[in-house]
Design a protein around this ligand. Structure first.
Ligand SMILES: NC(=O)c1ccc[n+]([C@@H]2O[C@H](COP(=O)([O-])OP(=O)(O)OC[C@H]3O[C@@H](n4cnc5c(N)ncnc54)[C@H](OP(=O)(O)O)[C@@H]3O)[C@@H](O)[C@H]2O)c1
Length: 274
């Protein structure tokens, strides 16, 4: 691999992807940003768009499409076109059989992608972060932060929210460096935080926020009333179940393992808000 090859970033307009692309550029590496709205048009649901994005690329960061997981097909297509190294974004909890209470968990879309990658013959690294801190600052929970109340169906359960800049830094290390191949990095921030503590951190950083636990039904009704499509509200309610049951409360060491430094705290995340 030479330093002049473009590195493909599928999902390069999203939370981790745009940070990966930015970091690559800062380090003098060309990033080929691909998504439905990017200059390099790539649509997970339209395989006719895949080859143009993949051609001439030997290294790729891939953000899967949870709504329609086709990562195994993409891996096949990419390998046929000469891809050598792939860093795959996944999520913590995929290998936890009790992650959900209403269905078996081990054959989810992320896991199908991870398995296909491990058997692909490519150099691979898997990133399994917990919930992103950026969900609060630049994501689905931001309207609630702006309204001053995290009205979520989570009571006392904690989560060590991880900074997307840390995820991107680990991704770039794995894309461009040695020693990360064949590794699965589970990543969290440095400390489990309840939503009450998240609210306190925002308040201390100058944005007064409270946390009001609500029922799942109230959460869905309130998000729909706020203009979120019902199917999206239902997905968020569903994925918050494991969080509410404490299955995301543990710490993971992936940031430190990959980068040799501790993960950023939520206070750090908030101090870097735009
Ligand atoms: N949010 C979290 O806390 C969290 C935690 C752990 C793991 N994850 C994982 O992170 C991944 C990304 O989630 P996110 O919520 O943070 O989203 P995101 O990365 O902010 O946005 C999704 C990205 O994918 C692109 N995209 C969406 N649909 C596409 C399609 N059909 N074809 C091509 N590109 C498409 C979007 O760009 P365009 O709209 O331009 O296509 C965007 O770049 C998911 O796999 C999720 O499971 C998220």
């Amino acid at each position: 691999m030479t330093n002049t090859d473009p590195i493909l970033v599928i999902g390069g307009t999203g939370t981790t992807g745009r940070r990966v692309a930015r970091l690559l550029a800062e380090r003098g590496r060309a990033a080929r940003v691909a998504s439905r709205s990017a200059a390099h048009r790539f649509d997970w649901t339209d395989p006719a768009t895949w080859d143009a994005a993949l051609k001439g690329v030997r290294t790729a960061y891939v953000v899967p499409n949870d709504a329609d997981p086709r990562t195994p097909d993409l891996i096949d297509a990419a390998r046929a076109l000469g891809l050598e190294r792939l860093v795959l974004l996944s999520a913590r909890g995929n290998d936890d059989p009790e992650y959900y209470t209403d269905r078996p968990n081990l054959d989810n879309g992320h896991m199908q992608g991870e398995k296909a990658l491990a058997g692909s013959g490519l150099e691979w690294t898997v990133l399994r972060p917990t919930w992103f801190a950026q969900n609060f600052t630049d994501g689905f929970f931001t309207p609630m932060v702006e309204a001053g109340d995290l009205r979520l169906p989570v009571h006392g359960a904690a989560c060590p929210y991880v900074d997307a800049d840390d995820i991107a830094e680990v991704a770039v290390a794995a894309l461009t460096g040695d020693g990360h191949q064949g590794r699965t990095y589970e990543m969290s921030g440095p400390r489990p935080l309840t939503l009450g503590e998240v609210a306190e951190a925002f308040t201390a950083a100058g944005t007064p926020v409270a946390h009001t636990p609500v029922t799942e039904e109230e959460f869905i009704a309130e998000r729909v009333a706020a203009g979120i499509p019902e199917e999206v509200a239902l997905i968020w309610a569903d994925v918050m179940g494991p969080l509410a049951r404490g299955r995301e409360a543990h710490l993971s060491t992936g940031v430190e393992d990959a980068l040799g430094r501790p993960p950023r705290s939520l206070e750090d995340t908030l101090s870097r808000r735009g």
